[in-house]
Design a protein around this ligand. Structure first.
Ligand code: ATP
Ligand code: MG
Length: 349
């Protein structure tokens, strides 16, 4: 199980942090089930006043999935608000965590600052969203969760809930393992402004569906090494977003195709570090790389955009299947808790 918040179109961070791996897993044939959840209800936790934005981005996110190669015949794409069992699971799990534990979550702490909740007041739903993520993960009995590094604390929290639940009520829930990107540059791709994370909420993204001229504009405006003022100055590649993106996307073939002064990224880095290489040249190369990487994604998206009713059907069908899966887990959970105030069996009787 993995998912995304429909707070905007998906970007390069999503692609390298999670989407690429989902497609690899899907095509490996090694997994019985792949579930992908569009977390619209979770997106409300910091967008309560803007449900329209979330609604319109659900379809954008499905289009982005299809355009990177998620295949609905192999992966189930579903939307959180269509799965009421997730809300019930969240409600039970909330009793298994403490507010002290929730306040230690470093990702949530950073997001509270970033979104201004520290001053304006913190919505309880936002504070507890890691619990709702635990519901999402366990509802599908997920054993692996391919995500970016910001999700590590969520997975830790989820494992704790699973242990607590199983120790109090008996073995019921599956413990999930996180799968992080193997390439260090992809763990948490920085924004084009050099901020630690490319994020929809920070407006520092290159989107997967971006038009060629916008990709170019964004790449050419990217933050680099602030001390690399003159071409002859030695430059830094560590922490330099342009080189981090090259680490994430560049392949040796791209040098043969676009810049045969070098044969690989290490040679280019060495020159930049020695001095004598200007940022504009490196950015032009990065632009070529990004254009190559994003073209097929954009083209596939445009094809799907001409078939929007089919896209909606994919989401509807996937949600129907997922609703059953989550409802089954909820039944198991209620059974283990022996608190069957209401079950579908009881209703039938
Ligand atoms: P928001 O700003 O609304 O929180 P976001 O850009 O952080 O949006 P999410 O929907 O929260 O995106 O994240 C979905 C998935 O994409 C998660 O697995 C997350 O780890 C991954 N991801 C998001 N941004 C990055 C990034 N910059 N680098 C690596 N992985 C990322
Ligand atoms: Mg996020």
């Amino acid at each position: 199980l993995t998912g995304d918040r429909p707070t905007g179109r998906l970007h390069l961070g999503h692609y390298v942090g999670s989407l690429k791996r989902r497609v690899e897993m899907q095509n490996s044939g090694e997994y019985d089930e792949i579930n992908i959840l569009i977390a619209d209800d979770q997106a409300l936790t910091d967008n309560a006043d803007n449900p329209g934005k979330i609604r319109e981005n659900i379809i954008n996110v499905v289009l982005d999935y299809l355009s990177v190669g998620i295949d609905p015949s192999k992966s189930t794409i579903c939307v959180q608000s269509a799965l009421p069992a997730l809300h019930a699971l969240t409600f039970y799990y909330l009793n298994l965590v403490t507010t002290a534990r929730l306040s230690r979550n470093p990702t949530v702490k950073a997001e509270i600052q970033m979104r201004g909740f520290a001053d304006e007041g913190l919505p309880a739903g936002f504070f507890t969203y890691p619990v709702s993520q635990a519901a999402d993960i366990t509802a599908f009995n997920a054993n692996v969760v391919p995500v970016g590094e910001d999700q590590l604390p969520m997975l830790e929290q989820c494992k704790e809930i699973v242990h607590k639940f199983n120790s109090v009520y008996g073995e019921t829930l599956t413990e999930p393992q996180i799968i992080l990107p193997s390439n260090k540059a992809c763990l948490r791709l920085p924004g084009i402004d050099g901020k630690a994370k490319m994020s929809k909420s920070l407006g520092n993204c290159i989107y997967l569906a971006e038009e060629p001229e916008d990709i170019k504009k964004k790449v050419m405006s990217m933050f680099t090494d602030p001390n690399h003022l003159r071409v002859e100055d030695p430059g830094k590649v560590e922490g330099n977003p342009v080189f981090i993106y090259l680490d994430a996307f560049c392949r040796d073939e791209y040098f043969a195709e676009f810049w045969n002064d070098y044969s690989c990224l290490d040679e280019l880095k060495a020159h930049y570090q020695r001095g004598g290489l200007g940022d504009v040249k490196v950015k032009k190369f990065l632009n070529n790389v990004m254009q190559e990487e994003l073209r097929p994604i954009r083209e596939r998206r445009k094809e799907w955009e001409n078939h929007l009713p089919d896209v909606l059907d994919i989401l509807k069908e996937g949600s129907k299947v997922a609703k059953e899966t989550a409802a089954k887990t909820l039944e198991d959970v209620r059974h283990s808790m022996s608190c069957l105030l209401y079950t579908s069996d009881a209703a039938d009787e």
